[in-house]
Write a new protein. Structure first.
Length: 46
């Protein structure tokens, strides 16, 4: 592999894994509250 290919691979890995890490941090700081009580009692129609 050439030097340019290695650098591009490292950048791609950092973007993908960095995005995953930021998403995990965001969800840990602000967790999804889940369904509201009103939403839980409404029947779903399809």
């Amino acid at each position: 592999m050439s030097g340019g290919a290695i650098i591009m691979m490292i950048i791609a890995i950092v973007i993908v894994w960095g995005g995953l890490g930021l998403a995990i941090v965001q969800l840990r700081r602000h967790p999804d509250p889940g369904p509201d009580a009103e939403e839980a009692t409404v029947p779903h129609t399809e």
